[in-house]
Design a binder for this molecule. Structure first.
Ligand code: ZN
Length: 496
């Protein structure tokens, strides 16, 4: 067998294991009975181990070494060798015992975090968090970095991103948006959202969300919709990309925007050709780029006036009390800004501040300039500086996210980068599709999807984020597009 055939066979096997693990994970969060946990964790443990062994195998290493300098590979094959090669190198860099040790500590830290958050007791979580930071620092040393240990971890989520680059992105964003938020709150006219008050039947919401997903061209023959507490999207393989959502009877728009957000993620994976699956690159260019696809459908599209002009009569089919509602009032009500304590509930203007708080802390933990013991105080200080609010307790403050208990340091910036990528891409999209508003207003989402398929989806992880951004928009990430998007939109809604 030639090297490329062997390579494709190993990568293909890894893909099959990944598919099985995705399906098991999806089932675990949607349908699995509680008594199924024990056997399920044994099965996923075994499959994960097999997957890890293939990824770090000498056989794959030999193939990669040859293919890295081989001629005659297709563009996608070269991309596969680059990205799978990077995963191979990074996973081989960490001693197997350390990975196992960290994974046990992770399970304990997660259990401790759940209890600590419930009791709002940071002290109970602190020793576990110290351990997780310790592992993150060790991993960073094994991975290697040029400037900052945080850079080594960012690479997992956002290839090519560094602490220095993030600071350069955040600084002007903060300088523009902190005073803008203050202006909105002090001088702006807050939209009246009272037309959304009420109780909205969950089953009717479920049907409405299904319709919203059909509208944006999510393919139900290549997916499905299930209920969960914390919505997510899972890719089982080409032709099987599943969405989950939740329905709060007091918050109608929460499920609608949840569906649009997860739908945006799902369209990305549904738009990846089968060849990408065969080559192990049927995933997002980065977490941030994946998030850009969900944010764009949720915010740039779903929170726009053209969308609500189209969607108001659709909404009224399901909830007749909106028959006489005006599109512009629904649009305004969907765009209320309020500085709040919880990241996942944040609006477009304040969301990135929540990430800046976490980035400052994570970078400090990694380079040793911040001690875990000081986190509650530092967290509250930063919330005050960015958002002007201070959590009444640690449950609503430093303990709110699961990420650190899982050892995911370097993950948060991708959420912010997703917002910034989305704004920049959408600017180009608008230029290239000058009739976009008209088609959205008419309920025709085909031109939008066609553009995303052509520019983003079909490449999967073939290009790293900055290269993809250059190909699409002509330049690397530039946060000023987000600033102008947000200040123009919310300046008008708040009548500044
Ligand atoms: Zn998302």
């Amino acid at each position: 067998m030639d090297t490329l055939t062997t390579y494709r066979s190993i990568v293909g096997d890894m893909g099959k294991l990944a598919s099985a693990l995705s399906l098991l994970g999806w089932d675990q969060q949607t349908h699995m009975p509680t008594k199924g946990v024990a056997i399920r964790s044994q099965v996923t443990g075994k499959l994960s181990k097999m997957q890890f062994e293939l990824l770090t195998s000498d056989e794959l290493g030999t193939c990669l070494a040859e293919l890295r300098t081989a001629n005659g590979l297709s563009e996608l094959e070269r991309a596969s060798v680059r990205r799978v090669g990077k995963d191979h190198d990074r996973n081989r860099a960490i001693p197997a015992e350390l990975i196992e040790e960290q994974s046990i500590a992770q399970t304990q830290a997660q259990t401790a975090w759940i209890a600590a958050r419930q009791a709002s007791d940071f002290g109970a979580f602190r020793p576990h968090l110290e351990k997780m930071v310790g592992y993150a620092r060790k991993f960073a040393e094994y991975y290697g970095y040029e400037e900052h240990p945080y850079d080594a971890l960012l690479e997992d989520y956002e290839p090519g991103m560094t602490c220095r680059k993030l600071k350069a992105i955040i600084e002007p964003l903060r300088a523009e948006l902190v005073p803008f938020l203050r202006q909105l709150m002090e001088k702006g006219t807050r939209p009246d959202a009272s037309l959304l008050d009420g109780t909205f039947d969950a089953e009717t919401q479920r049907r409405l969300c299904r319709r919203a997903l059909e509208v944006i061209r999510y393919d139900f023959e290549a997916g499905g919709l299930a209920d969960v507490a914390h919505p997510f999207t899972t890719t089982i393989g080409p032709g099987d990309v599943r969405i989950t959502n939740r329905y709060l009877e007091a918050h109608l728009l929460s499920s609608v925007f949840g569906a649009l957000h997860e739908g945006g993620h799902a369209l990305y994976n549904q738009g990846m050709p089968e060849e990408l699956y065969a080559l192990g690159i049927a995933r997002g260019s980065s977490n941030g780029i994946h998030e850009s696809q969900s944010r764009m459908i949720e915010n740039q599209v779903g929170r726009s006036l053209p969308f609500w002009t189209f969607f108001q009569p659709v909404l009224a089919e399901f909830f007749p009390q909106f028959k006489k509602a005006k599109a512009k009032d629904l649009y305004a009500a969907a765009n209320v800004v309020s500085p709040s304590l919880i990241r996942v509930e944040a609006d477009e203007v304040t969301y990135n501040f929540h990430i800046m708080v976490r980035f400052e802390i994570e970078a400090g933990l990694l380079d040793g300039s911040i001690d875990v013991a000081d986190l509650p105080r530092l967290w509250n200080d930063a919330m005050k500086r960015y958002l002007g609010v201070v959590p009444p307790n640690d449950a609503q403050g430093v303990l709110q996210d699961v990420h650190w208990s899982m050892g995911y340091f370097g993950y948060f910036p991708s959420y912010m980068l997703g917002n910034l990528y989305a704004a920049q891409m959408f600017r180009t999209l608008r230029k290239e599709l000058p009739t976009l508003d008209k088609s959205i207003q008419a309920g025709n989402f085909e031109p939008l999807l066609g553009w995303l398929r052509e520019k983003v989806h079909r490449y999967g992880a073939a290009y790293e984020p900055q290269e993809l951004m250059k190909r699409i928009t002509g330049h690397e990430l530039d946060g000023s597009h987000f600033v102008s998007y947000v200040t123009e939109k919310y300046g008008a809604i708040y009548r500044l």
